[in-house]
Design a binder for this molecule. Sequence first.
Ligand code: SAH
Length: 400
Amino acid sequence: MPLIKPPQGPPVELRLSRDLVRTLKRGHPWVFADALRHLPPARPGSPAILLDNKKGRPVAHGFYHAQSPLAFRVCSPNPDEPLTNAWAEAQLTRALRLRKTVVPAQTSGYRLFNGEGDGLPGLICDVYSDTAVMQLDGPGPTGFWDAAGIARWLAEQLRLKQVVLKPQARSSGTDQLLVGQLAVNPVPFLENGVHFVADVINGQKTGFFLDQRNNRKLVGQMAANRAVLNVFGYTGGFSVYAGLGGASRVTTVDLSGPALQTAEYHWHSNNLPPAQHRAIKADAFSFLADAAKTKNTWDLVVVDPPSFAPSKETLKTGLAAYQKLITAAAAVVNVDGLLAAASCSSHVDLAAFLLVCEEGVSKARRRATVLAIAGQPADHPTPLVFSEFRYLKFVLMRVE
Ligand code: SAH
């Protein structure tokens, strides 16, 4: 089965203009256009070989997109390893093998391919029971990987009934069903024994935020007898874990009506008492401001917003927004209650986020103790040298 598109001739030769060999050998997977001497014309995703800036010796194999600032992505830092179909199959198999050891029991929703973290640049795939959802990160990966071939290979390996290829943004195309006839959607799956569904067509990301699995479990463990507020709750992942963990009551706040309906559905399908959950459609900032005004407080507050700093340019305003949110959230936590704050922005590193937490809590005239710092689970692996890929930060605090 073809897993990569057949090359049209020998690999494109690209020459570094800077000495990046050390970082590349350490496993950094990206070379930007400004570090290349020439940008020869080639179709997006053409296989390429990278040569060093000194003697022109081969450094790595990968693929090339001349029009993108991210011009070259490393597939193999071994120049003696050409990018054949057998190479691709070995990479995919290795990713499957890792999941066999890291996906927890009673969990059928997990990330199977995490792009660069699995040595599969730009290839993302999440599995929900017998459905897989693939995403390709732009024209380079789309030109290199054979999505239809990978889908058929996966269906065979994992006995999947359907494989969906989802565009990264709604604006850049529609879903394609690569395996299967008529899309079955939403798809039920288990996470640590908790029942959820993923809307693989209309949902955010591939349908569910699998990256928060361990953090949801932690919140569940801390929730007994506490009144819990889940802000930016989406389909209620944190809420359901809190309910199952024995929370006295749970409030889920989100701007999206359909997401909240699914949150209600998740609550019921896990046999939790309906009277103990409230779903509120509201803007997070206005909701928290109103709660502070009316002296409404909780024992455990979760804030897991969308990325406030999606680019380097928005970093400053993004940090300010995180800080404002943490101040507003800390203000509605009971004394010695808990605040769980998350950021999914790759531009905000852990040190910056902790500083934002410090400033935010202090602006609320409170103090906090850190109980846990976490990130993505092991089915979201990242190259050690590539800290930007560890986008998720999760800080659990006791607010005094
Ligand atoms: N915690 C969730 C994921 C949150 S994703 C989980 O574990 O599954 C971010 C959510 O924030 C989305 O559901 C989006 O609808 C919501 N959102 C975005 N802006 C918002 C705002 N201003 N107020 C409330 N919710 C918002």
